[in-house]
Design a protein around this ligand. Structure first.
Ligand SMILES: Cc1cc2nc3c(=O)[nH]c(=O)nc-3n(C[C@H](O)[C@H](O)[C@H](O)COP(=O)(O)OP(=O)(O)OC[C@H]3O[C@@H](n4cnc5c(N)ncnc54)[C@H](O)[C@@H]3O)c2cc1C
Ligand SMILES: NC(=O)c1ccc[n+]([C@@H]2O[C@H](COP(=O)([O-])OP(=O)(O)OC[C@H]3O[C@@H](n4cnc5c(N)ncnc54)[C@H](O)[C@@H]3O)[C@@H](O)[C@H]2O)c1
Length: 453
């Protein structure tokens, strides 16, 4: 077994690990980056980027279909091959990671392909090689699609996000198990291209962790668009015989293809966490505000349990880099994590939901605004469904959470994320100017419903 002495070993090169490896190497450290699959991780090859390319195209179709009522007439002939080609060529370079590898190598990172396994503090084994980091190890091993214990499912050729991003021909019909962000985003994209889509969600609404108003609104929009939405459903069995038959407590559902988008499994199994004093069965890797997870060990990304988002992974990667380099700066805070599901309307939220705030014992005040009833919503008309919901801590006079659903809901969320993050007093928000007639002007209405109900 060969031993390689370096400064830092990064295991898993998802967004946070890739960022950390590059910055540490640019700072002059000797860095080895280990990945068993594509350097860059889930986001660029199987996640955010290909799915958002699908959504960009599907949104163009959705808008074009509004022309007849708003601006004359438009004939829409969807062609999935334009999306498939863009994902293949522009987003993923045929699922090759050369550009990611080149960027890291130019910074001085040595890339090792293989399965990294922890072997005591500061040490990682890859096959017959041991890499010892004098400063330590950064873990960024991410997630894989969760498997569901549904009778028959494992024997069928169902799709996860890994397969659906490579689809070159649109299925006539698609069933989607899971009405979370992946299920909702892809369901609407495929429906807008012409697939007959059914979403099967065990909870009583879409996007269950979001505010009930948000998930219910999205369910209404989906149904209006012709997507079949079955919430509160139990799937009993899945069979495949050319097509899929999904047996549920409401009868059988047939579909040409099946997407399972029912959450993620952390890639912690077999990682050797016990060799560094961590519980291999834990549901996340606990970290402090400097992303330290143990002796000479840092962890970033989905495995830390603070939201499975690229921006969280990179935020944490930056903090780990500063800690390793002995630099000052802010530590990790999670009271204002923002997230956006890129459906139409976009569903954005930040901080706590109303229920989470009540559960935390906060004296909650809630503010609402109906986007469709705002000046801009009325002008926009088609596709203006949306809302603003604010969750305020009455004692402190600040927002602890907010939701922004609507066209550009994720962009409107920006100002709310700032307010929650910086704990801007509500009366200061109430005293500002809100440009007319923007979508974000609905925030003024929602604030007023708390400050001067
Ligand atoms: C369809 C889809 C859409 C998404 N859309 C968005 C979005 O719009 N916005 C957003 O913020 N987030 C989105 N996400 C989530 C986002 O992709 C992840 O949060 C993001 O990739 C960060 O993950 P990570 O840094 O933990 O690592 P990952 O991206 O999961 O990468 C982990 C890496 O570690 C490697 N690895 C694992 N185990 C080992 C090992 N033992 N040895 C060596 N290498 C190993 C893997 O091969 C992989 O390359 C989406 C996810 C999916 C699936
Ligand atoms: N725009 C974004 O930022 C974005 C987009 C996609 C994914 N992501 C990230 O990836 C993560 C994973 O996404 P996801 O949608 O797979 O997971 P998720 O856990 O958020 O949602 C999965 C859904 O599947 C449902 N479900 C589970 N078992 C079921 C069953 N047997 N039958 C029917 N429904 C079932 C759950 O109730 C849940 O609503 C997200 O939590 C998010 O952090 C982010």
């Amino acid at each position: 077994m060969a031993t390689h002495e370096v400064d830092v070993v990064v295991v898993g090169l998802g967004p946070g690990g890739e960022y950390a490896a590059q910055k540490l190497a640019e700072a002059g450290l000797d860095v080895v980056g280990i990945d068993r699959d594509l350097v860059g991780g889930e986001c660029p090859f199987y996640g955010c980027i290909p799915s958002k390319m699908m959504i960009r195209a599907a949104d163009a179709l959705g808008e074009a279909r509004r022309v007849d009522e708003l601006a004359g007439s438009a004939e829409v002939s969807p062609d999935w091959s334009a999306v498939a080609t863009r994902i293949d060529k522009q987003a993923t370079n045929h699922w090759q990671d050369d550009s990611h590898v080149e960027r890291l190598e130019e910074a001085g990172v040595r890339i090792v392909r293989g399965d990294g396994v922890l072997d005591g503090p500061g040490t990682v084994r890859v096959g017959e090689d041991r890499y010892v980091g004098a400063r330590g190890v950064v873990l960024n091993v991410g997630t894989s699609p969760a498997t569901l214990p549904i009778d028959g499912l494992a024997e069928t050729p169902y799709w996860t996000n890994r397969e659906i991003v490579k689809v070159t021909e649109l299925p006539a019909s698609l069933a989607v198990i899971g009405g979370g962000p992946i299920g909702c985003e892809l369901a609407q994209a495929f429906a807008r291209f012409g697939s007959a889509v059914t979403v099967l969600e065990v909870a009583d609404r879409l996007l269950p962790p979001e505010e009930p108003e948000s998930g219910e609104l999205l369910g209404r929009v989906f149904r209006d668009e012709g997507i079949r939405v079955e919430t509160g459903i139990t799937i009993e069995r899945v069979e495949h015989d050319g097509g899929f038959t999904i047996t549920t407590d409401r009868g059988e559902i047939e579909a040409d293809q099946l997407l399972v988008a029912a959450g993620r499994r952390l890639n912690l199994h077999g990682l050797g966490l016990d060799t560094v004093g961590l519980d291999p069965e834990a549901r996340s890797v606990p970290t402090d505000e400097r992303m330290r997870a143990g002796e000479r060990l840092w962890a970033v990304g989905d495995i830390t349990g603070h939201g499975q988002f690229t921006h969280v992974s990179m935020y944490q990667g930056d903090i780990a880099v500063r800690d390793i380099l002995g630099q000052d700066g802010h530590g990790a805070e999670y009271h204002a994590v923002s997230r956006v599901t890129f459906t139409d309307p976009e569903v954005g939220s930040v901080g706590m939901s109303e229920q989470q705030a009540r559960d935390a014992g906060i004296d909650v005040r809630v503010g609402h605004a109906d986007l469709a009833a705002s000046s801009r919503g009325w002008i926009h008309q088609l596709g203006a469904d949306g809302l603003i919901k604010l969750v305020a801590d009455a004692d402190r006079g600040v927002l602890v959470g907010a939701s922004s659903v609507g066209p550009s809901g994720g962009e409107v969320l920006g100002m709310l994320a700032l307010a929650v993050h910086a704990e801007v007093p509500l009366d200061r928000i109430a005293s500002m100017h809100f440009a007319y007639p923007t979508f974000h002007r609905a925030v003024d209405v929602a604030v007023a419903s708390i400050v001067a109900p």
